[in-house]
Ligand binder design. Sequence first.
Ligand SMILES: Cc1cc2nc3c(=O)[nH]c(=O)nc-3n(C[C@H](O)[C@H](O)[C@H](O)COP(=O)(O)OP(=O)(O)OC[C@H]3O[C@@H](n4cnc5c(N)ncnc54)[C@H](O)[C@@H]3O)c2cc1C
Length: 424
Amino acid sequence: MTKHWDVVIVGGGLAGYVAALFLAKANVSVLLVEKGKRVGGRARTDVIKEHYFNLGPHALYKQGKAKPILDELGVMIQGNSPKLGGLLIEGDKDHIAPFSPIGIATTTFLNWRERKEWLAFMAKLPTIRLESIDDEETFQQWLMRNTTSRKVQSLVYALARLSTYCHAPEYVSAKVVVAHLKASTGGVLYLDGGWQSMIDQLHNQAVVAGVHIRTQAQVKQIVAEKDRLFTLTLANGEAITSKKVVYTANPKELPDMLQGETLEPTFFDRLRPVTGAALDVALTTLPNPKRLFALGTDQPLYYSVHSNYAKLSKTRESVVLHVFKYSHPDELIDRDEVKAELEQFLERVQPGWRSHLITRRCLPHITVNHRLPQVGDEKELTQLETSVSGLYLAGDWASPDSVLADAAVSSGKRVALEITEKER
Ligand SMILES: Cc1cc2nc3c(=O)[nH]c(=O)nc-3n(C[C@H](O)[C@H](O)[C@H](O)COP(=O)(O)OP(=O)(O)OC[C@H]3O[C@@H](n4cnc5c(N)ncnc54)[C@H](O)[C@@H]3O)c2cc1C
């Protein structure tokens, strides 16, 4: 039996749900199909031994593009902001991070000249106009033009990794990274119950708004028929027809699904994901309770205790922390090696953590963002309808000027507005 829909959305992550909700509010009939048993995509949270584990460390930017859209949809965000501060780790030395006034005054990471340059950089950052940054400039080129001290540069690279997960300054667009650095000055939120709390609210609202949601429904093929309809074939052979399709899943898989249609934007060939390795850990207690945050400066490593600011345990006064390694796109990942590296970093920050272990999970090679935002990509994303009329894009890879949840949520809203505008 076939059923007709105005719009079928492929993928039940943040982008898919936001698009579905805005479309349903405009009285468009929407079917959302998700291949997994559960919805949420990379924003889902797993409950393991009574602890809420996001897929690696997840922080919502208070001044990013997602937050106002989630507010507009009435999604209640509960959680707290981690305090500025913590440690910088360089080689075998620990330094107080210069992220707070006291940190700037006391850090041993910077000398007085470098401290002055760091302060000037941080004061200038909020005033930088993104339009003034050349579209063709990489983040590395931009940073070399704007700073002289190598110590300050290594600090800005660490902050850029933290706010974008991109560890390839020689490839990434300066405009996108600076936009995220600017947003990061407004702070982040760690969410009570993990990011699933947002997904659950989006899901419930979508059901109430009349969106039909199907899980375990993997789209295998999308055919644009001559009569301006699409036929989507699912893995079980079922066919679904719709007037329009919004594709929010892995962009690398789209060209094959379309079987020979020529697809623009043309960046599909050169797409590379942003990846990393995550170690998610629950402990009964912290060996050193004062150590809540650390960033590597010469190594792309991260550590943060999320449960200090968000409720991440069902019953207990225990600790949930995340360790992360940002991967370079040209790097070959050895899963055992990276796992050992994450555990060693945790041992460095919290010696003896293993004796307090409740549970841990290692994700040695996970896609954080489906598109490394390279220079030149932006101009291909000025509209979300592809060269196949009626086929639209959304997701963390489909935003010209952002990545991560900001890109997923903003492209979800934008695609819905583009579709309703066109229909009108
Ligand atoms: C380790 C890690 C840390 C992160 N930290 C942060 C952070 O701190 N801040 C931040 O803003 N963002 C962070 N992110 C990124 C954020 O989670 C993602 O950008 C966002 O969740 C992506 O949403 P999406 O809807 O674009 O894609 P997804 O969540 O991937 O949703 C796409 C959905 O499509 C489904 N699908 C795939 N193929 C098919 C098919 N053929 N048919 C049907 N369904 C299909 C998938 O199962 C998936 O559910 C992090 C991600 C990771 C992995």
